[in-house]
Design a protein. Structure first.
Length: 205
């Protein structure tokens, strides 16, 4: 609604995609988030993604995460004056657990840069797809506004918003992750059946 503040300029009444200050031509300025190494280096885990409102693109530091990959050569400047070389673009399928159920999320237009410490999800791009960060029952979620589906859970560590994925873990690790999520939600462990591993497939840009 109109009470949501724009992530681009901070003013209410419009979203980032409609922000008059955010219009850039194709091939225009790209903003890359830069977090201090001391804050995020310890979070450089293949299964952890940072949800960042300061990045205008989704980024990965592991080329093997991409599928439908195409060559894409460019260099983008970062907020602290550094440069990141980007060599590939593709899609990434993220697998995560939301309230005890496995959720699969497709991110499109994801760029590969081996110089990036953390994998990054651009919150601005999610917002353009009608997906927002919200808090329910003392937990943070990214929710699709159209049907209020919880796309993934978000946690905070060292002031950074993180999303945990299941990565390439096997069935037992996946079951353990689901069990932990169910137990933290106060649901009886006896209620864990195949339905708790229901895959909710969501497509996001």
């Amino acid at each position: 609604g109109g009470d949501r503040a724009c992530w681009g300029c901070g003013k209410e009444g419009h979203m980032k995609r409609d922000c008059p200050g955010e219009k850039t031509p194709k091939g225009g300025k790209v903003t890359l988030a830069v977090s201090s190494a001391c804050t995020t280096r310890g979070l450089a885990d293949d299964g952890v993604w940072i949800l960042d409102s300061g990045s205008s693109v989704h980024l990965v530091n592991d080329e093997s995460l991409l599928r439908d990959t195409v060559d894409y050569v460019d260099s983008w400047s970062t907020a602290n004056g550094g440069m990141h070389s980007v060599t590939k673009r593709g899609a990434v399928e993220l697998r995560t657990v939301v309230d005890g159920s496995e959720s699969r999320v497709d991110l499109t237009n994801v760029y590969y840069s081996k110089g990036v410490i953390n994998n990054i999800i651009s919150y601005g791009l999610l917002e353009e797809k009608g997906v927002y960060l919200t808090r329910l029952n003392k937990k943070s979620y990214v929710i699709r506004e159209s049907d209020e589906r919880r796309i993934f859970e978000v946690r905070r560590a060292n002031g950074v918003l993180l999303m945990d994925t299941l990565g390439g873990c096997g069935k037992q690790e996946r079951v353990n992750a689901v069990m932990a999520a169910v137990e933290s939600g106060g649901i009886s462990a006896d209620a864990v059946t195949e339905c708790t591993l229901l895959e909710l497939h969501n497509r996001l840009g």
